[in-house]
Design a protein around this ligand. Structure first.
Ligand SMILES: NC(=O)c1ccc[n+]([C@@H]2O[C@H](COP(=O)([O-])OP(=O)(O)OC[C@H]3O[C@@H](n4cnc5c(N)ncnc54)[C@H](OP(=O)(O)O)[C@@H]3O)[C@@H](O)[C@H]2O)c1
Length: 256
C-alpha cells in the first residue's frame, strides 16, 4: 500500500505546490477545494499519478465529516494530512460582516480541528517505516502577534499554531510528525481574496513554490514549526522579544 497525503486548498497557491511535492515524493493524493476544475487540472498535470478529487466547501458546518465519509466510502486511508485551506479578510473587526468572519473561522479553525481529529487515529496506526506520517497545519507568521485590521485571521492562525504545538507534546512518544508551516507574505491569491492588495504586506513576498518546498522539507525532517525565509524567521523571533502591544502596533502599520 502506498502512503496517501490529503491536502486541503490544493487548487492554488501553497497547497497546489505542496501537492506537486508530495506526489513527487511518492504519496498518492486526496485533494480538496471548491474549484473542481482547478483540481482536475492538477490531476491532469500529475499525469497518471493517483489523485482523488473531493470538491468541498470547508466553510460549511459539517464539511470535515463529509470529507471523512467520502474518503472512507472510497476505501482510502490517510497517512499525511495537510490543513492548508484558509483565507483572510482585511478590515476593521466591527465593520467586516460577522457571517464572513464566521466562515473564515469555519475554514481556518473548525475544519482544521475536525479533520485532524477525524484522521489522527488512522495516521497514528499507519505502518510506514521510512515514510513520514503526520499532520502539517498551515498557519502564518500572523500566528505570533495580534493583527489589527485582520484580527480574526491573526487569531485563527494563533489557534492553529497553539493546537499543533500541543499535539507535538501529546504525540511525542509516537512516530507521528506534527508540523506548523508559518509562511510570511506569499505571492498567491491570498491578498486578492483578503482585499489586502493595497497594504504594505505585499511589498516583499516569497513564491508559493519556495514556501511549499521549505514546508515539505521541514515536515520530512520532523520540524515542529517551519518559518520559510530568513526575514520572516527574524521577524518571528523579534516579535517574541517585544511587548504584544508593540507587536500589535507594528502589525497595524504593515496592514495599512
Ligand atoms: N499568501 C500568504 O501571504 C500567506 C501567508 C501566510 C499564511 N498563508 C496561508 O496559506 C494557506 C494557503 O493560502 P494561499 O496563500 O495559497 O492562498 P490561495 O492561493 O488563496 O489558496 C487558498 C486555497 O484554499 C482553498 N480554500 C479557500 N476557501 C476554501 C473553502 N471555503 N473551502 C475549501 N477550500 C477553500 C482555495 O481553494 P478554492 O478557492 O478552490 O476553494 C485555495 O486552494 C492559507 O491557510 C493561508 O492562510 C498564506
Amino acid at each position: 500500500m502506498k502512503p496517501t497525503a490529503l491536502i486541503t486548498g490544493a487548487s492554488g497557491g501553497i497547497g497546489y505546490e505542496l501537492s506537486h511535492l508530495f506526489a513527487k515524493a511518492g504519496y498518492n493524493l486526496i485533494v480538496i477545494a471548491r474549484s473542481k476544475d482547478k483540481l482536475n487540472q492538477l490531476k491532469e498535470e500529475l499525469n497518471g499519478h493517483p489523485v482523488t478529487i473531493i470538491p468541498q466547501d470547508l466553510s460549511e458546518p459539517g464539511a470535515a465529516e463529509v470529507v471523512y465519509g467520502k474518503v472512507k466510502e472510497l476505501g482510502l486511508t490517510v497517512t499525511v494530512l495537510i490543513n492548508n485551506a484558509g483565507f483572510g479578510l482585511n478590515g476593521m473587526f466591527a465593520d467586516l460582516p460577522l457571517i464572513d468572519q464566521q466562515k473564515m473561522l469555519q475554514v481556518n479553525v473548525n475544519a482544521l480541528t475536525e479533520l485532524t481529529h477525524l484522521f489522527l487515529p488512522e495516521i497514528k496506526a499507519a505502518r510506514f517505516r521510512s515514510i513520514p506520517k503526520g499532520v502539517m497545519n498551515v498557519a502564518s507568521t500572523a500566528a505570533f502577534q495580534p493583527g489589527p485590521k485582520m484580527a480574526v485571521y491573526y487569531a485563527s492562525k494563533a489557534y492553529a499554531l497553539s493546537l499543533s504545538e500541543a499535539l507535538v507534546e501529546e504525540l511525542k512518544d509516537t512516530s507521528v510528525t506534527i508540523s506548523t508551516l508559518c509562511p510570511g507574505a506569499t505571492k498567491t491569491n491570498f491578498f486578492k481574496t483578503a482585499q489586502a492588495e493595497h497594504t504594505k504586506l505585499v511589498s516583499n513576498m516569497m513564491s508559493p513554490a519556495s514556501v511549499a518546498k521549505t514546508g515539505f522539507l521541514g515536515f520530512v525532517k520532523g520540524k515542529r514549526v517551519i518559518i520559510p525565509g530568513t526575514m520572516n524567521l527574524g521577524m518571528a523571533y523579534a516579535t517574541k522579544l517585544i511587548p504584544r502591544s508593540l507587536a500589535a502596533k507594528l502589525a497595524n502599520y504593515v496592514d495599512s
